[in-house]
Design a binder for this molecule. Structure first.
Ligand code: HGY
Ligand code: MN
Ligand code: MN
Length: 450
């Protein structure tokens, strides 16, 4: 180990996890998750805090009030992201940022997004209670419309295009209209852009949303990469005709062609080894009557993988299969690639190690893993070193009102977030070399301290 490595080790005189370790308040974390869940409900009483809807507005206002009480002085940027700042001892240092999102999918759960958001606020509360001032300024960032295509973080990374702003969101509003509705300014969207290197680090605490950690009985997931996500609107056009008088061999049934396409997607995705996934999760059929052959179907196709190249290869194969189906069924099938696609992203190695070391120091088991879900972190990876901390999802259920993570797991995640922030804060050098050593140094010292 070189001189600078030893220097860095020496700066860790008090290991994280020994003596007066700061700890989050599990009860406060839980209470706040329950409080937030009351904003945005559908007729069945399930969660409906879809971005830009009333529930989203109410949840955001509630969260901003808490930020204010915690001294964060929140502001809304041009993309509608909520940003709260806490001063550090050294204002010349770049901020360490952390947070997540508050919006949810229709019928969504109460942990996907809220854990990282309320967990971030919890970190600030604990630092306030212990009158701990970090060296670096801290920023809590709550990104707008994560579920609609990581829109707020995409804007911050400078990747939200005019086409992306005109795209319709789940709320029915365009992205631009929705951003306006939550207090942003789509006409000046570039004002929210952060340049590469503006942030020291971005950290996001999140539920795993899959079942790996729960199945393997591991307490904390250290994310190594986040999959890319691409969407296509698929329009299948046949001919709407009388369902009683048109013989079976003379039909141009758009729904039948769609059914064959859905099976083809499933076969293509499963035809090569790997973790890739492909889904047709949306379908709109016209005219939609018992006695009319479906004339037009609009489908939503999504493909995800950690390799952008593999997504393209799989899509080209699906296109080929679609051309054959269209020919046989006398229909046309068109694919319109949607704006706002997420590229696959790798997390920062040194930050991964810092997360791992912080978890270990707290006596928590860890696993290095991929994220099959998309996250704002993958957009922020364009401009900053990022890391993600996962905690187990019971039964691997997410994007469902049945989503659940055990209270102690929520607190574990928030404690790892807190300790990782403190560890990054203590690594004074900003060179890549020092970053790489940060995780190792933390790890060694915390092990010695136990
Ligand atoms: O769709 C996703 O993967 C994420 O939960 N937004
Ligand atoms: Mn989600
Ligand atoms: Mn999420």
């Amino acid at each position: 180990m070189g001189v600078s490595a030893l220097g860095l080790l020496a700066s860790y005189s008090k290991p994280v996890g020994s003596g007066n370790t700061l700890t989050v308040n599990q009860q406060r974390l839980l209470t706040r998750l329950v409080e937030l869940s009351k904003f945005g409900r559908n007729d069945q009483g399930h969660g409906y805090r879809v971005a830009f809807t009333q529930g989203d507005l109410e949840g955001r206002a509630w969260f901003m009030a808490l930020m204010k009480k915690a001294g964060l002085d929140p502001a809304i940027d041009a993309a509608g992201n909520i940003i709260g700042k806490r001063k550090g001892k050294n204002p010349s240092l770049k901020p360490i940022a952390f947070g997540s999102h508050l919006d949810m999918v229709p019928d969504g759960g109460n942990y996907d997004g809220p854990l990282g958001s309320i967990g971030a606020l919890e970190v600030i509360e604990v630092l306030n209670e212990h009158k701990t001032l970090t060296e670096h300024p801290l920023e809590v960032i709550i990104f707008a419309n994560e579920e609609g295509g990581t829109i707020g973080s995409m804007a911050m990374a400078g990747r939200l295009t005019a086409a992306g702003l005109h795209q319709k969101s789940q709320s029915g509003l365009t992205m631009a209209e929705g951003i306006k509705a939550i207090g942003g300014n789509p006409d000046n969207i570039s004002s929210c852009v952060r340049k590469k290197g503006d942030l020291r680090a971005w950290l996001e605490l999140h539920i795993e949303q899959g079942g790996i950690l729960a199945r393997e009985n591991v307490q904390v997931g250290v994310v190594e990469g986040i999959v890319g996500i691409v969407h296509w609107e698929v329009t299948v056009e046949g001919f709407a005709n009388h369902a009683g008088t048109t013989p079976m061999n003379l039909r141009q049934d758009a729904l039948l062609a769609s059914a064959r396409l859905i099976i083809a997607v499933n076969e293509v995705i499963g035809s090569v080894p790997g973790n890739q996934v492909g889904t047709i999760g949306k379908m709109d059929l016209t005219p939609g009557a018992y006695n009319v052959i479906p004339g037009k179907v609009v489908l939503g196709l999504e493909i995800r993988d950690l390799s952008a190249g593999k997504i393209e290869t799989l899509f080209r194969e699906i296109e080929k299969r679609a051309a054959a189906i269209a020919l046989e069924s006398k229909t046309t099938i068109r694919f319109a690639r949607q704006a706002n696609e997420s590229q696959p992203a790798l997390t920062n190695k040194a930050l991964q190690q810092a997360v791992q070391a912080s978890a270990k120091a707290l006596g928590l088991s860890t696993k290095l893993m991929q994220s099959g879900a998309g996250h704002d972190s993958q957009e922020i990876a364009w401009i900053a070193p990022v890391a993600m901390i996962f905690v187990p999802s019971v039964g691997g259920i997410s994007h469902s009102y049945k989503e659940f993570t055990k209270p102690e797991a929520l607190a574990n995640g928030a404690n790892v977030l807190l300790q990782t922030i403190l560890a990054i804060d203590k690594a004074k050098e900003s060179s890549t070399h020092a970053w790489l050593l940060l995780g190792i140094a933390t790890y060694c010292l915390t092990q010695n301290g136990r």
